[in-house]
Design a binder for this molecule. Structure first.
Ligand code: GCU
Length: 647
């Protein structure tokens, strides 16, 4: 392995498993070959034998596996090749974690789709990429090399079964990856990923047929448009039969869509879905639709409402091979947002949740920010659509369980690039690992996942495990403390979205305002304001309606409050802002000290890389603290009640 900080290094002791297969296991299959190769080279099984069997229990479904210890070694059984390869990686993981004595594991992935979205452009750049350039594209061509294979293997080891390789913003030449000239390479890439049980998906430019002079339109109800797509998909699937389908960003941030023709989002999505149905392709349609040309003086429009307003009433109108991909919150991957009110409120529609492990708004992989505790909170959130206390969590909605839907799942905008350690910051790899594990089994805790990752990456030294776990678990709360307070979001430098700029987005067209004056701050989103709180199911709507029942961390998202308003914590809004910013900085100091105490206990290169980033993070957290605190001090002229320095 040429890259650093991975949990799948080849075993130093070499392999040694003797792998045998059932007569029913097709030994010529690329997936099986990969499973066998992994087992033979990746774990020191010291003569133990691994038996692969395709006669698994029916209840394992298409992707589950059962792993048991036998007198000779281990048996992995499944009903499919994909189940066997997951079982193989699970055994490797269990072995590395030393958990194989009493081994008996049966696992069926909880989410039908477990995907990564790459925002890679064909020129090799990555939109919001913080770990180098793309390893899929270079100068408008597709790159396939050893690294591509390592990546497929890496993703399979975590149980991913889908990957979108190109940016949702498909700019430039209309078709690009679905161009005839690109298809042979797309096919090669697709076959490579398929050999690890991962389906390839492509982002589409909805307006592609406009470029064709004989069509000149993208109106979903225009027969010529539908026929154009049908022909195009025939061509694409002839060349790439293993393609999973397409991801579409339409009517969003300058991307064209059905609205341009007076059609709704269901008409747009279904037209594509029908054209791709005979190939068993999926259309994954994003709900990130909002007016990005808002006049900041317009006090009525509320960006938080838009996905709900555009999609909610379309429930039941989407075809079965359409999945709505909904960002976790109503805005845009902020460090804290409420859960999108769309989850659970479209029972007749397939839904999938979109997270972002690319740390666009959470420190851009220069700050440590372990996001899994945040994702856990979102997945465990009770949408209350069945009434209070009746368990209708986001996780049950997107897995399809709640409304018995066959399609759905979980995806994240990825944090990987061609840096030698894949994720820029060594510790950001915990987000890639953690997201994959969580997508497979949302019941795992953020702490369990962190412990696994640390042990697989850095070994079994107790102090390393303890300190790195503390760093990871502190990091998201710390980031929230020293950046924008109480759910208000943004306050970042426009465009780059990095570093503090409290009014950066205040007088702009993006609909992301905090509206701070010298007396109050926040957006009234209850019935007296934009009505956003009322979009949630009953009990939640009442909870968010009043500041007294809204949780502190979201209070300025839902309410406009004076700075001396007293929170549940007993602190005023302004004192909370000051205190949390000082606390956030001392948390980072503590994180840096915890890491420094590991000198000599982790490999020197990794030690140095992480130390450098933490040193930088300490400085940058101070910058955040002082800019935000001074901004509020200057607005309010209210002094810190502990007399700390404000500027
Ligand atoms: C954010 C991000 C964009 C991205 C968009 C999206 O706004 O800043 O770069 O294109 O999300 O999710 O489509």
């Amino acid at each position: 392995m040429k890259y650093t900080s991975l949990w799948l290094h080849q075993s130093a002791e070499g392999g040694g498993a003797l792998v045998s297969t059932d007569a029913s296991v097709p030994t010529a299959s690329a997936v099986i070959e990969n499973a066998v190769r992994e087992l033979e080279t990746a774990v020191p099984l010291k003569g133990e034998q691994v038996r692969l069997s395709l006669s698994g229990e029916q209840s394992l479904g298409v992707e589950g596996y059962a792993l048991t210890k036998t007198a000779e070694g281990y048996t992995i059984s499944a009903c499919s090749e994909q189940g066997l390869i997951y079982g193989a990686f699970s055994l490797i993981r269990q072995k590395r974690l030393g958990l194989t004595e009493e081994l008996s594991v049966t696992e069926v992935p909880k989410n039908p789709l477990r995907m990564l979205n790459h925002w890679d452009n064909m020129d090799g750049s990555i939109e919001r990429g913080y770990a180098g350039e793309s390893f899929f594209f270079e100068k408008d061509t597709i790159v396939i090399n050893e690294r591509t294979k390592d990546y497929a293997r890496l993703l399979c080891s975590l149980g991913f079964n889908g990957i979108v390789i190109n940016n949702v913003n498909v700019k430039g030449e209309a078709c690009r990856l679905i161009d005839e000239k690109q298809l042979p390479r797309v096919a090669e890439l697709s076959a490579l990923f398929a050999s690890y049980g991962i389906r390839l998906y492509l982002s589409l430019n909805y307006a592609a047929p406009v470029e064709d002079a004989s069509v000149g339109s993208a109106d979903p109800l225009n027969e010529k448009v539908a026929a154009w797509w049908e022909k195009k998909f025939n061509e694409v699937y002839r060349a790439v039969p293993t393609l999973g389908g397409f991801l579409v960003k339409a009517d969003s941030e300058g991307r064209p869509g059905p609205f341009s023709y007076g059609r709704d989002q269901a008409e747009g999505a279904n037209m594509l879905a029908r054209a791709v149905k005979k190939h068993e392709g999926l259309i994954i349609w994003r709900c990130f639709v909002y007016n990005c040309q808002q006049d900041w003086r317009d006090l009525k429009t509320d960006r938080a409402r838009s996905a709900y307003d555009y999609f909610h009433d379309l429930d039941g109108r989407f075809d079965d091979n359409v999945i709505l991909q909904i960002k976790n919150g109503p805005m845009d991957f902020q460090v804290r947002e409420p859960v999108s009110p769309l989850f659970g409120q479209m029972p007749k529609t397939n839904q999938m949740i979109e997270f972002q492990i690319a740390q666009e708004y959470t420190g851009q992989q220069r700050h440590v920010c372990y996001l899994i505790p945040w994702f856990k909170e979102v997945l465990e959130f009770d949408t209350c659509v069945l009434g209070e206390g009746k368990e209708a969590t986001v996780r049950d909605v997107v897995s399809g369980r709640l409304f018995s839907r066959a399609a759905g799942g979980i995806c994240a905008v990825t944090n990987t690039g061609n840096d030698m350690n894949w994720t820029g910051h060594d510790l950001a790899a915990a987000n890639l690992y953690g997201f994959g594990r969580l997508a497979f089994d949302p019941a795992l805790s953020a702490e369990e996942i962190a412990t696994e990752w640390i042990r697989l990456t850095y070994g079994d030294d107790e102090k390393v495990i303890e300190n790195v776990k503390k760093i990871l678990m502190m990091s998201w709360p710390a980031y929230e403390k020293y950046t924008a307070p109480l759910g208000i979001g943004w306050m970042v430098v426009p465009n780059t979205h990095y570093g503090p700029d409290p009014d950066g987005y205040e007088y702009s067209r993006w609909g992301t305002y905090h509206k701070a004056t010298c007396r109050e701050i926040g957006v009234e989103r209850n019935a007296g304001g934009t009505g956003y709180a009322g979009l949630y199911a009953g009990p939640l709507a009442s909870r968010f309606e009043k500041p007294e029942t809204t949780p502190d961390e979201l209070i300025l998202f839902f309410h406009r409050l004076p700075y001396d308003y007293v929170l549940h914590s007993g602190k005023t809004v302004i004192q909370h802002i000051y205190d949390s910013h000082f606390e956030g900085v001392s948390d980072v100091d503590e994180m840096a000290a915890l890491w420094e105490a590991l000198e000599g206990a982790v490999e020197p290169g990794a030690f140095r890389r992480v130390k450098e980033r933490l040193d930088y993070q300490r400085e940058h957290a101070r910058e955040w603290r002082d800019v935000i605190n001074s901004y509020f001090y200057r607005k309010t002229l209210i002094a810190d009640d502990r007399g700390r320095e404000l500027y």
